[in-house]
Write a protein that binds this ligand. Structure first.
Ligand code: FAD
Ligand code: MLT
Ligand code: ZN
Length: 489
């Protein structure tokens, strides 16, 4: 794990002591709702809350609080604000930019026990639930009434819907259902001074002044703690088809995407890209058999979802016939049952874990105009082929450079899979990669956020004026700066 030689603990913040712990236990009860490493050694119990998913960032919190209600969150925040105790809101701790774990001794406020679903309206499809509900559970609940949660991603079994909102997570079906900014109808949040902001609207349309909830969506826990959300769930499609195919060039990938939009239009629900290296790494890490016999430089996964199986199958078959006939696609398979659907998706969703399977991973989550999107992967790979950091034995830190992502949203995931975290690797790619993206008017964070990882680099994607306005908002909501300090703002 990284230590932070360039960061200094802010001495304005008080260090948490036995009296504080006593207050928290009085408020939450002395059971498992307070993990206390102040009065006793609890380092083992604290580890899961201090270390991030990539094992790249590690904090030193001595206290984890697990409130059960909005009122408890409010009382915790008021106490922390009055006493200048810094806090780190935490959901499922699956974030990929170091935002979900403390940097120093910030108190972790984990939402895991706030996990009730409050209502589901099966006419409108509106779900109201606590922020700590696991994404998979929210989707299962919607499924019971024939609806779908409008977000899906590889971490669905452990990430929380509050964390999804706080990061404005994009995921695998944004192309179809749009972003959290559009689907969230309302939310309840606790501000740093304990104020409860109740904006748990269930209205689709509500043009009454500034839409303040939007600041919390993608705010990464820097201005308040989201405690409840209200979200519009679309109808679940009974007919789902998944196809996986191989292509010979990135040019052909773009042609296939164009054709998919043209021919599949309203039933297209995912268009994902995986390069050969990402699939090889997935195979090496898991031992899984890849769906196609022969190797291809690129692979795409297409999903369609619609209401009529015959209609959808006909469309997808016509599409596949066309792209194979025109030699846009070289080879392909279509899932014939639910297991095959899962297996094809695993080739895409399993890349995240494969990426760090060999020790560590440097992740770059970027928005790049489609025509140039894959150039970056080629150039990055060349850099590592030439700088002596990449090779097949343990002498080399880099295992491989892989490119994959949400092609349908112009969102590339460039990953450098390594055997260990190594500053030399980081220096070889940062800030070069951000300069590259900035020159092409892309974004240095398409969907994962800035957190701690990209704190230094926000200027590559946002103007000075915009950064100043962001700082003013932070100052307004959190004048003491206790919420998720040291992170991007
Ligand atoms: P955490 O990781 O706990 O927190 C993330 C950030 O939100 C932190 O800054 C935290 O302080 C803040 N936060 C959490 N909960 C709250 C709250 N209630 N109130 C205020 N702030 C809060 N992301 C994508 O966009 N698309 C993907 O396809 C995708 N796939 C992933 C696949 C895997 C295998 C993994 C490990 C991660 C993936 N991610 C993806 C990253 C993504 O950001 C998270 O999975 C998810 O959205 C974070 O939710 P969480 O509950 O784990 O939040
Ligand atoms: C994905 O699309 O798989 C995620 O954003 C996670 C990752 O970048 O690995
Ligand atoms: Zn992604």
């Amino acid at each position: 794990a990284e230590s932070y030689p360039n960061l200094k603990r802010d001495s304005r913040f008080k260090e948490v002591n036995a009296d504080d712990v006593k207050f928290f236990k009085g408020l939450l009860g002395s059971g498992s709702a307070v993990i206390d490493g102040v009065n006793q050694d609890a380092s083992e119990d604290l580890e899961a809350f201090n270390a991030d998913w990539m094992r790249k960032y590690r904090g030193q919190t001595k206290v984890v609080l697990k409130p059960e209600s909005t009122e408890q969150v409010s009382k915790i925040m008021k106490y922390c604000n009055d006493n200048l105790l810094a806090v780190n809101p935490q959901g499922g701790n699956t974030g990929l930019v170091g935002g979900s774990v403390p940097v120093f001794d910030e108190i972790v406020i984990n939402l895991g026990r706030m996990n009730k679903i409050h209502s589901f309206d099966d006419v409108s499809g509106i779900l109201v639930a606590d922020a700590g509900v696991i994404l998979q559970q929210a989707d299962d609940h919607a499924a019971k009434s024939g609806f779908i949660f409008p977000l899906d991603l590889g971490a669905k079994g452990s990430c929380q819907i509050g964390g999804n909102v706080a990061t404005n997570a994009g995921g695998l079906r944004l192309i179809r259902y749009g972003s959290m900014h559009g689907n969230i109808l309302g939310l309840e949040a606790v501000l740093p001074d304990g104020t409860i902001m109740d904006d748990l609207s269930k209205l689709r349309k509500n043009n009454t002044g500034y839409d303040l909830k939007q600041l919390f969506i993608g705010g990464e826990g820097t201005i308040g703690i989201i405690t409840k959300i209200s979200i519009l769930c679309p109808q679940r499609s009974p007919a789902v088809n998944v196809a996986y195919f191989g292509l010979e060039s990135y040019e052909k990938v773009q042609q296939a995407f164009r054709e998919a939009k043209k021919q599949l239009s309203e039933i297209l629900s995912a268009f994902e890209l995986m390069d050969k290296q990402s699939q090889q790494l997935y195979k090496r890490a898991t031992g899984a058999k890849l769906p196609l016999e022969n190797e291809h430089p690129f692979y795409c996964l297409i999903e369609t979802s619609g209401s009529n199986t015959d209609h959808d199958s006909e469309k997808l078959n016509n599409f596949l016939e066309h792209v194979m006939g025109e030699e846009i696609v070289s080879d392909g398979v279509m899932a014939e049952n639910e297991t095959q659907v899962q297996n094809l998706w695993a080739c895409r969703e399993g890349i995240s874990e494969a990426g760090q399977h060999f020790g560590g991973v440097y992740k770059y989550d970027l928005s790049i105009p489609l025509p140039q999107l894959y150039d970056l992967v080629n150039e990055t790979r060349e850099r590592f082929q030439n700088n002596g950091l990449m090779g097949d034995t343990d002498d080399f830190p880099v295992v491989d450079v892989i490119g994959y992502g949400h092609m349908g949203d112009s969102n590339l995931h460039l990953n450098v899979a390594t055997r260990r975290y190594d500053k030399e690797v980081e220096k070889a790619i940062e800030p070069w990669v951000y300069e590259w993206v900035s020159k092409r008017n892309g974004s240095i964070s398409a969907e994962h956020g800035l957190g701690l990882a990209k704190k230094e680099f926000i200027g590559y994607s946002r103007s000075e004026t915009m950064i100043r306005l962001m700082k003013q908002i932070k100052q307004l909501y959190d004048p003491n700066g206790i919420m998720n300090p040291y992170k991007y703002i």
